[in-house]
Design a protein around this ligand. Sequence first.
Ligand SMILES: Nc1ncnc2c1ncn2[C@@H]1O[C@H](COP(=O)(O)OP(=O)(O)OP(=O)(O)O)[C@@H](O)[C@H]1O
Ligand SMILES: [Mg+2]
Length: 251
Amino acid sequence: MNPPALVLEHVSRHFGGLKAVDDVSLTIQPCARHALIGPNGAGKTTLFNVISGELPATGGQISLFGEDVTRLAPHQRAARGIARTFQITKLFPNMTVIENMLLACEALDRRKLVMFRAVSSYADLNQRAAALVEQFGLSGRTHEVARNLSYGEQRKLEVALSLAGRPRLLLLDEPMAGLSAGESTSMHAMLEQLDPAIAVLLIEHDMDIAFAFAERVTVLHQGRMLTEGHKDEVSANLGVQQIYLGMGAAE
Ligand SMILES: Nc1ncnc2c1ncn2[C@@H]1O[C@H](COP(=O)(O)OP(=O)(O)OP(=O)(O)O)[C@@H](O)[C@H]1O
Ligand SMILES: [Mg+2]
């Protein structure tokens, strides 16, 4: 049987006395669609930083596809199949859409160390970059510099860039944040079209979107896992209702 895409065992990340992530254990299966929800400051982004290696864990163990990566650097984890987006856009603003895309594909292409690359592999790279641009509805903007894109287009380009290295586990940090209703719907549709072979962990504030996208849902609250399970179980969980719907126990 294939190992899980991701296993977290008692993972913590403290900032001084603040337990931003506190004893989180979680398994993400290959091909999973999993949402990570929780109020502001719950520790969601910190958990992503710990998974991708931007921040070392204070405690616990992290495995990617059966391999312990707890002590590996971000680029070493990326080489093992993990990719992520950030809550804030990180594009090269003066480069065009296709240049941003080509750079990402090239940087992450396994053949990058081949000095005398066949011309056909460049064609390959161009084709892949163009296909990702198209997949995210940006074909009409191919030669536009990134800073001239609308905010929604920039966020789409970012998700497209995260796919450049052909990840097997994708971490998306609020890709819908700040989008208009229409843009959000179109981003959601694009996420639904992602290769089913990629396991996706999505941070999302909008409960409707989170539950529509994911099969399983994890709720973080003050760094701790409040609940984890099939979305039907989680949505029925009273604690979640209390946090999100303001249904206090006394009501
Ligand atoms: N580098 C840091 N140094 C100190 N404290 C931090 C750091 N990063 C995050 N925190 C704190 O850790 C807690 C969790 O923050 P985090 O950004 O992970 O929450 P979040 O669930 O992503 O919130 P949001 O929904 O607002 O994005 C917060 O109290 C935050 O202030
Ligand atoms: Mg966050």
